[in-house]
Design a protein around this ligand. Structure first.
Ligand code: ATP
Length: 243
């Protein structure tokens, strides 16, 4: 059984169809990237799978739970990192992780917090207030927050957006390590070079439609391209020719 199964998902905002009948599945421990330009429908898809938005049509199953009928069960096994997530600025990083662990979870909260601290890897700065953190440090803290619960599925919206090369690399390393331990990862990015290195499989999305999917290496071969950026350009061009 796949960890995530999405079948013919449609999501509308009023009459506007932001996600148009998309389908994909993600296997256990896989890093799956939803890749596409601004406004393609990535965040909408991630928010649907995170149970934050209601589906108009189609099915989503996560580890056998039906998103429409069992959202509470799904919430217990997933973790979602929004693109624009913030942390409480007046708390220290450690206090923030402790607060989240205690507020949202009942068991093993100290263990959870320690795991978050280890993932965030902020050394002594973990005891400084969040409003003294750089953007990269805040993002690392939030990645720690998202992954400290050891979710079965982590949904990460643009996890490295706005980060410098070193911080982005650190976060990619964290994601790889967590996936190697069995957590399934669904992430979004418009950084096509990043996903080439990070993702086991990707889906290219444009205007709410998945126009291609597969392993980055296989797609580069199929489209005779040197990188995913080139693949994307070719697929978009051909998709438009077919319309
Ligand atoms: P980005 O890379 O810029 O974050 P995205 O691929 O995540 O883009 P979405 O945020 O999912 O794209 O948006 C998809 C489409 O849905 C866009 O046309 C956007 O304007 C529209 N949209 C998103 N949220 C809403 C909303 N609350 N109400 C109406 N339209 C929306």
């Amino acid at each position: 059984m796949a960890t995530v199964e999405v079948n013919n998902l449609i999501k509308k905002y009023g009459p506007f169809e932001a996600v148009k009948k998309i389908s994909f599945e993600i296997n256990k421990g896989e890093i799956f990237g939803l890749i596409g330009p601004n406004g393609a429908g990535k965040t909408t898809t991630l928010r649907v799978i995170s149970t934050l938005l209601q589906i108009n049509s189609g099915e989503v199953n996560i580890l056998g739970y039906d998103l429409k009928k069992q959202p509470d069960e799904i919430r217990k096994i997933i973790s979602y990192l929004p693109e624009d997530a913030g942390a409480y600025k007046t708390l220290t990083g450690r206090a923030y992780l402790k607060f989240i662990a205690k507020f949202f979870y009942e068991k093993n909260t100290n263990e959870m917090m320690e795991r978050g601290i280890k993932i965030a890897d902020l050394d002594s700065r973990i005891d400084d207030k969040v409003d003294t953190y750089s953007k990269g440090m805040k993002r690392r803290l939030l990645v720690g927050r998202a992954l400290m619960t050891e979710p079965k599925l982590a949904i990460l919206d643009e996890p490295t957006s706005g980060l410098d090369v070193i911080n982005a690399q650190e976060i990619r390393k964290i994601i790889k390590n967590i996936a190697a331990k069995g957590t399934t990862i669904l992430l979004s990015s418009h950084n096509m070079l990043e996903v080439e290195f990070l993702c086991d499989r990707i889906a290219l999305i444009d205007n709410g439609i998945i126009i291609e999917k597969g392993k980055p290496k296989d797609l580069m071969k199929k489209y005779n391209s040197n990188n995913i950026e080139e693949v994307f350009a070719k697929v978009v061009k051909w998709a438009n020719l077919e319309i």
